[in-house]
Design a protein around this ligand. Structure first.
Ligand SMILES: [Zn+2]
Ligand SMILES: [Zn+2]
Length: 371
């Protein structure tokens, strides 16, 4: 369940009167009541949200508090929760299901304390920041050219991620702004919601848990301290990198308010090559020769991994599929070194002129080959 704005849930404006809220609630509750929608889990989810929204907005005290928090931007979790595809997100700040213990009695909304409501909201939205000062681990899959994987090298990649704002270095303040204690949390960085046993401490939405507020917000990040944008990282690819192998780059992941950035985990996907094929540290390739070369023997030039060419002597009478080993021309990984295996393919003449056919028959006759 993605927590929504209570006013949006009930479809009423911020200025709605208690009467309007009641009317909207009654209409929606009837529509989405689980009894009226058997076997529809979305309906019961909707009903829950409607009940939750009504529980707060129908109570003048709770509504006042909610409006305050809403103005402070405490409920801007859709932005934080939605991430572009590609990065896998760990648990915590995502759109989590509320626990199964949350039950609702139709008509009894008074049993829900403010603390429950706010903790369920903040638990999804901004939770975990204080407990986990490190940013999230960002995971990505990177395709690398065959030769870069084999020989190693540098590979620049560009990723979309949240990075510390360069203008304010994460402080959220405009250049030259004076920093003072946050009036909302009195510098504690957290605010306690709810009463009695339901009180919960959550990061202060006004100062975002910093405890301090600038006199003027940074224009680049709007005071958030981090920005969403492209970041280019120059990856070092080790020689002999295989598909599926991973590297972890410490501190190159997403920025985190008041903490160090998370790690970036890169999984490599090696692109196939038109000529080479890998087998451990050995590389295979196939080189075609013609019939005369196969029969009479020849010297061919074979491309190696490093882009050079070596001369390979093919003896007379070499059959198709015969393999030649170029020692040490494969992938080098630490102390170990692979070979390059060259397989011979024989290209047959597709058509023969009558004259060629006569000559070939002459050859076959003299060699005693039946046809
Ligand atoms: Zn900034
Ligand atoms: Zn504060």
């Amino acid at each position: 369940m993605a927590s929504k704005d209570f006013y949006q849930v009930l479809g009423v404006p911020e200025s709605a009167t208690p009467e309007e809220i009641k009317k909207a609630y009654r209409r929606l509750a009837k529509l989405h009541h689980p009894d009226a929608n058997p076997g529809k889990p979305q309906a019961s989810e909707m009903f829950k949200q409607i009940s939750e929204a009504h529980g707060v907005l129908s109570d003048p005290e709770k509504r006042k508090k909610y409006d305050q928090m809403r103005k402070l931007g405490a409920f801007d979790f859709p932005q934080r929760g939605s991430r572009p595809p590609g990065g896998s997100r760990g648990g915590g700040a995502g759109a989590q299901q509320t626990g199964p213990s949350e039950t609702f009695d139709f008509g009894d909304f008074g049993s829900m304390g403010l603390g429950d409501i706010f903790s369920s909201i903040f638990g999804r939205g901004a939770g975990g920041r204080k407990e986990q000062p490190r940013g999230d681990t960002l995971e990505t899959v990177v395709e690398i050219p065959f030769r870069t994987a084999a020989l190693g090298g540098k590979l620049p990649i560009t990723l979309q991620m949240t990075t510390t704002c360069g203008t304010c270095a994460g402080s959220g303040g405009a250049p030259g702004a004076t920093i003072s204690q946050c009036p909302e949390c009195k510098g504690r960085g957290s605010i306690s919601f709810g009463q009695g046993g339901f009180a919960v401490n959550r990061p202060c939405p006004m100062c975002r848990g910093r405890g301090k507020v600038p006199s003027q917000k940074c224009g680049t990040c709007g005071g958030a301290g981090d920005v969403r944008g492209e970041k280019t990282i120059n990856l070092t690819v080790a020689p002999g990198t295989d598909s599926g192998s991973k590297i972890r780059l410490k501190g190159q992941g997403e920025a985190q308010e008041g903490g160090e950035a998370g790690d970036l985990v890169v999984t490599f996907e090696v692109q196939p090559d038109r000529f080479f094929r890998r087998d451990g540290l050995d590389v295979h390739c196939e080189v075609p020769i013609n019939l005369a070369q196969a029969v009479l023997g020849t010297r061919i030039k074979v491309r190696t991994l490093d882009g050079k060419k070596v001369v390979l002597k093919v003896p007379a009478g070499s059959e198709a599929g015969k393999k030649f080993r170029l020692k040490g021309m494969g992938i080098t990984k630490g102390e170990r070194q692979g070979d390059q295996l060259v397989e011979i393919g024989i290209a047959m003449p597709e058509t023969l002129t009558p004259e060629q056919e006569a000559l070939f028959k002459q050859f076959a006759d003299s060699a005693g080959l039946a046809y």
